[in-house]
Design a protein. Sequence first.
Length: 210
Amino acid sequence: MMDSPDYGLWSLVIINSLVFIIFAFSFAKPQSRRDWRSFGAFSAFIVALFAEMYGYPLTIFLLSGWLQSRYPGVDFFSHDAGHLWHTLLGWKGDPHSDPLHMLSFVFIGGGFILLSAAWKELYRAQRNHQLAATGPYARIRHPQYDAFVLIMFGFLLQWPTLLTLLMFPVLVYMYIRLAHSEEREAEIEFGAQWREYAARTPGFIPSARS
């Protein structure tokens, strides 16, 4: 397995990780320690993902006995078989063109678009010492955290691993905790204005009425 040409490509791990982390950084532009913590968690997820995608397929190695007993004849140490949803669902052909892979681009692209729009509004509000309540913030109170979750979920549709599947709910919980902490600070700073905004604006899931 270690001689497989599809893995051990650590240069690709580094390049792909840097591309997505720098791309996300250009949108998120972390400022505070809280910003850096949320961005750092996202970056760890990205590194863990590409480390298994191109470096060492830990998930496939740990599950190899079960996988090969259920799917005899499949070379799970080939790159295409690493798209586990494709294999587990019994789909044939190029995994890069299957429905889940196509759907993943919607989540990843949508996440980056939301992250960019949220940052622009948040930066404008912070610069003017105002409450961010327009743009994406008019629909939900924490679009920046929603964006990170959308991007990570999109990657899980492409290439699920044991580590990233375990990290995902932990990171979602961390973002919820960070969001609640931000809300307490916003209420102290903006008082009644914040409470009125919070009363009409959902936290993470847009309302059909808004």
